[in-house]
Design a protein around this ligand. Structure first.
Ligand SMILES: *[C@@H]1O[C@H](CO)[C@@H](O)[C@H](O)[C@H]1NC(C)=O
Ligand SMILES: *[C@@H]1O[C@H](CO)[C@@H](O)[C@H](O)[C@H]1NC(C)=O
Ligand SMILES: *[C@@H]1O[C@H](CO)[C@@H](O)[C@H](O)[C@H]1NC(C)=O
Ligand SMILES: *[C@@H]1O[C@H](CO)[C@@H](O)[C@H](O)[C@H]1NC(C)=O
Length: 285
């Protein structure tokens, strides 16, 4: 080979050597979201994220972050006392599979989670988020567990669960306690036959339990303490949910006879029916 070619190869490898120093492993878009997230916190020091690198996926990995290759797949920063907001482009973390930000003091608008098709677990409960965008639930194709409990979402008007969530066919746990849900119980939840734990206590829900809920394999059903008018109608439908284990229906306006066959639901461990308009005897369980 001519000397000139050797020189070319040599300078190319020097160039590549520099390049691998200059560029971090982490996807730059993922870094940018984390960087924006910490800039919006007033106490970002709690995260102990280094300020002198752009490489959350490391090595070393940044605290509270988990990656697969160059992509961020988890942020696990619960109960840290973080104060601030989440950035609008949060769903650029397109490989995110599991997020745990519960028990912080995050405020402002929840960003859209639209298109987070790898997201399986989302824990955003016990914060101070005050609104949820209408497209939040679009394309959450892998979602199994979602918790938004105890966030003052859309407080002045209340909000209804968008039917986009119906596409999250493997959803198992849906927990929306005390977050200003208003209106009727969504019909479409009755078609989500993976749903095993449904907690909707302390909202402003009204109307009857929809007929579509017939035979849902729910183990947990919490609908207690609705503000305002409360839930109403008969409770007969719950006797068709034969997997029920933990049932909280108190503090509503359910009427009619307590279905005697509820005592025959095999797995029933606990049922609260007080503070309704029911007649008849409590089932023996
Ligand atoms: C959250 O922030 C609010 C407003 O700054 C404050 O009143 C509250 O004490 C904070 N709560 C926690 C748990 O830090
Ligand atoms: C919550 O309120 C915001 C702001 O008013 C609105 O744009 C959004 O559609 C509401 N969310 C839902 C799920 O209705
Ligand atoms: C789903 O909810 C049940 C009942 O509250 C709970 O025992 C279980 O740990 C939850 N699963 C996850 C993954 O959070
Ligand atoms: C919930 O219902 C109560 C009582 O009717 C009402 O005062 C309140 O404005 C409602 N809140 C929302 C968010 O719909």
């Amino acid at each position: 080979m001519a000397l000139g070619n050797w020189i070319k190869i040599l300078s190319l490898s020097v160039l590549l050597g520099f390049a691998s120093v200059a560029f971090a492993t982490t996807d730059h878009g993922d870094f940018a979201v984390l960087d924006e997230f910490r800039k919006r916190l007033t106490n970002a020091e709690l995260l102990k994220w280094p300020s002198n690198n752009e490489d959350p996926c490391g090595p070393p990995l940044w605290p509270y972050v988990i990656c697969s290759g160059s992509r961020v797949t988890e942020i696990q920063a619960k109960n840290l006392g973080l104060i601030g907001t989440l950035p609008p482009g949060f769903n650029d973390l397109s490989m995110l599979a599991n997020i745990g930000l519960q028990g912080n003091n995050l405020t402002g608008a929840l960003p859209s989670f639209k298109g987070l098709s790898n997201l399986q677990y989302a824990f955003l409960d016990y914060n101070q988020f005050d609104s949820i965008p209408a497209d939040f639930f679009v394309g959450l194709d892998s979602l199994q567990v979602l918790s938004l409990d105890k966030n003052p979402l859309n407080g002045s008007t209340g909000w209804m669960l968008p039917s986009d969530l119906a596409n999250s066919a493997q959803l198992m746990n849906l927990s929306l306690v005390d977050c200003n849900l208003a209106g009727p119980l969504p019909d479409f939840l009755g078609n989500m036959r993976s749903l095993t734990h449904l907690k909707l206590s302390y909202n402003n829900l009204t109307g009857e339990i929809p007929a579509s809920y017939e035979g849902l394999p729910l183990q947990t059903l919490w609908l207690n303490n609705q503000e305002g008018l409360g839930l109403s109608g008969s409770l007969k439908i719950i006797t068709s949910m034969t997997m029920l284990n933990d049932v909280w229906l108190h503090g509503n306006q359910f009427t009619g006879r307590i279905p005697s066959s509820i005592g025959a639901v095999a797995f029933l461990r606990r049922i609260w029916l007080n503070d309704n308009q029911l007649i008849g005897r409590y089932p023996l369980i």
